[in-house]
Design a protein around this ligand. Structure first.
Ligand code: UTP
Length: 409
């Protein structure tokens, strides 16, 4: 382990020596713990604050069409048949991204533990497991499910699954792995502290899921199981179709290296990332990166040219994931509410965003693919995100959509 002087030098390089302000007051074990944190933390992410957001300038952006709902309806039988064969061959695994802190929802447990039910319990995790079980029942095989948690929520998540007997899933097909953390900083770029001996660390975004899986030793298992495709999805879409046979079939038959579920934009101004082409490769452009012209441009048939919004449900080939595992993803600087210790040593839980977290995002992995099948799904049937407590993409709007899909609450 590094000593005080070494820790000071590291911090000095990044203008963060305030982290050692209370060092003399700490017990031996706290001192050891803080030095350990300093050694393990990657402070280089702070450099990205200077550029505000490092996402490098964009290449040549062009629209990318999708396999539309009409085409999918026409070919549904063929896609589903093929997809089911791939699933029955045990070639599909699923990864649930559940390491986020869900600060917008303001629920103090892992988001998946939130209860969507009204007259009965219906937890978000339960909704997802029910959806996955639909496919298991059709295919007659269990799909290996890997759940990414963070150090902050791993225990709660694992205990919850245990307590609920994996919601009827075969527990032998469920594994948990823990993602990495990154420091968070205040508006002046100073790393926040949770206590005198504890740096405020937060999960480093959902982009590191595959490298974290590899570090957790799960690559060998994926290979032993002969998994070829991994369906990555977010915890908060309660209508999420996981390992959807028609989607798996369509991507596999298309010869594309990856696939993304998309929904038609509700309006030109909808705040959603759009799947398009950048320098001839698939890529996602965030709503705030789009020019007015891009937002409103239409094709001859009247459809928006940049029409297909991503819903965080991707299918990646394991072969490609292995090829890109060491490639660096861009770092995004995100404003969040970050609990921290103030100058008086009290823990503050802010009501509004007070600083920055540093995240890599799974959507940037799409640009590392040579091709991506954009696969349209019906928003009302497959997209009910629970991001906020009220308003847009909230518990209420998701409940409404669950009801519309015949799910008793
Ligand atoms: P969000 O972008 O909604 O972030 O995550 P969040 O941290 O959960 O929520 P807010 O912004 O603080 O309200 C999209 C998906 O990525 C996962 C989340 O759990 C969710 O499924 N995620 C996010 C991770 O697994 N790890 C992270 O570090 C961040």
């Amino acid at each position: 382990m590094i000593d005080f002087n070494k820790a000071y030098d590291i911090l000095d390089k990044y203008n963060q020596t305030h982290i050692l302000k209370y060092f003399d007051e700490l017990s031996d074990s706290e001192k050891e713990s803080l030095l350990n944190q300093i050694e393990l933390t990657d402070f280089s992410v702070l450099d990205f604050l200077e550029n505000n957001n490092c996402v490098s300038s964009r290449g040549d952006i062009r629209p990318l069409g999708a396999v539309t709902l009409d085409e999918i309806n026409k070919n549904c039988e063929e896609y589903t048949k093929h997809g089911l064969e791939v699933i029955k061959n045990n070639e599909v695994g699923a990864v649930l991204l559940a390491g986020g802190q869900g600060t917008r929802l303001g629920f103090d447990k892992p988001k998946g533990m939130f209860d969507m039910g009204i007259t009965r319990n219906l937890y978000i995790f339960q909704c997802l497991m029910n959806n996955l079980l639909d496919v298991v029942n059709k295919a007659g095989v269990f799909i290996p499910l890997y759940i990414m948690t963070s150090e902050k929520n791993n225990k709660d998540t694992v205990d919850f699954f245990e307590e609920h007997d994996y919601f009827g899933y075969d527990r032998n097909f469920v594994k948990f792995f823990i993602q990495d953390m990154a420091p968070s900083a205040d508006r002046n770029g100073k790393v926040l502290m949770e206590s005198k001996s504890c740096i405020s660390l937060s999960p480093n975004g959902n982009g590191g899921w595959f490298s974290s899986m590899v570090r957790a030793g799960l690559l060998d298992e994926l290979k032993e199981k002969n998994i070829k495709w991994i369906n990555v999805f977010a915890v908060d879409n309660v209508l999420q179709r996981i390992a959807d046979p028609a989607f798996v079939g369509a991507v596999s038959l298309s010869g594309c290296q990856s696939g993304s579920k998309v929904v038609s934009k509700a309006s030109p101004d909808e705040r959603v990332g759009v799947l398009c082409l950048e320098d001839g490769k698939p890529s996602i452009v965030e709503y705030y990166e789009m020019t007015e012209k891009m937002r409103t441009m239409r094709e001859e048939n009247g459809r928006l040219s940049y029409n297909y919004g991503v819903i965080l449900n991707y299918l990646f080939s394991l072969e490609r994931l292995e090829e890109i595992v060491n490639e660096k993803l861009p770092i995004h600087v995100v404003e969040k509410k970050i609990p921290h210790m103030n100058d008086e040593g009290e823990l503050i839980c802010p009501e509004t965003p007070n600083g920055y977290k540093f995240e890599t995002l799974v959507l940037d992995m799409v640009h590392m693919q040579n091709s991506c099948l954009s696969y349209e799904v019906e928003r009302e049937k497959e997209f009910a995100p629970v991001k906020n407590a009220v308003g847009v993409d909230s518990v209420d709007s998701a409940r409404e959509l669950l009801r519309k899909n015949g799910i008793e609450l």
